[in-house]
Design a protein around this ligand. Sequence first.
Ligand SMILES: Nc1ccn([C@@H]2O[C@H](COP(=O)(O)OP(=O)(O)OP(=O)(O)O)[C@@H](O)[C@H]2O)c(=O)n1
Ligand SMILES: C[C@](O)(CO)[C@H](O)COP(=O)(O)O
Length: 235
Amino acid sequence: MGKLGVIIVAAGKGSRMGTAESKQYLQLGQKPILVHTLQLFQNIHEVDEIILVVGADDVSRCNGYVMSYALTKVTCVLAGGAERQDSVRRGLHALQEDTEWVLVHDGVRPFAKKEHMFECLKKAQDVGAAVLAVPVKDTIKVVDAADKRIQSTPDRRSLWAIQTPQAFRLSLLQEAHEQAQLDKFMGTDDASLVERLGAAVHVVEGDYYNIKITTPEDLPWAEWILQNVRGEEQI
Ligand SMILES: Nc1ccn([C@@H]2O[C@H](COP(=O)(O)OP(=O)(O)OP(=O)(O)O)[C@@H](O)[C@H]2O)c(=O)n1
Ligand SMILES: C[C@](O)(CO)[C@H](O)COP(=O)(O)O
């Protein structure tokens, strides 16, 4: 396998969490959420380097984490952009030139399971691009934004909730970001940029513990996962 780089995006403001401190710096157990996430990848032998993308005002404290938690695979801590996609693009520019594969991961998803990440990477190595995902458990409706009238009920069997990491051949993801920038297209994940090139992206089934810590009710759930599920397994 060629070199494997990881981009951790953590430059968001966490507005939906509503805390004074951005959510990636909140304590989970004994450590900030972001440190849990970084340690996931630090402990994967196959990872060659980690690029950490954070808010401009947080570069110095994150360099501090790199030192104090011995995150030796973090080769670069840099400032992100206005949107998640801008932050990923900056991360892509920082990867070493001989990197062949890249995993893009949210800094606020500290519970991705190692086995699932490997499966996702392996699938990407077969087909070019793969993302972790879980089948949706709810019935999903398409609703008119103005009058809230239901427009349709998509067949649930074809709906998946998409997670990270998302794994790509680096050249493919670079092309997807360049094209999105040319077209002024903004997506909420990286897979959507690759999809619009017409390239295949496959889902790999993960689990429901790989939550993105987004709103206040996610915090006690995250503590529970840490204590009862992931703590003993891998953190
Ligand atoms: N300009 C941005 C926006 C988001 N992110 C990162 O992308 C991940 C997923 O985004 P989300 O959960 O939406 O985080 P926030 O943008 O911080 O949250 P909110 O939308 O509630 O403000 C997070 O790790 C976040 O820090 C980023 O690196 N740069
Ligand atoms: C990339 C992502 O985590 C996949 O679920 C998600 O799309 C991030 O989007 P958000 O709108 O920033 O929550």
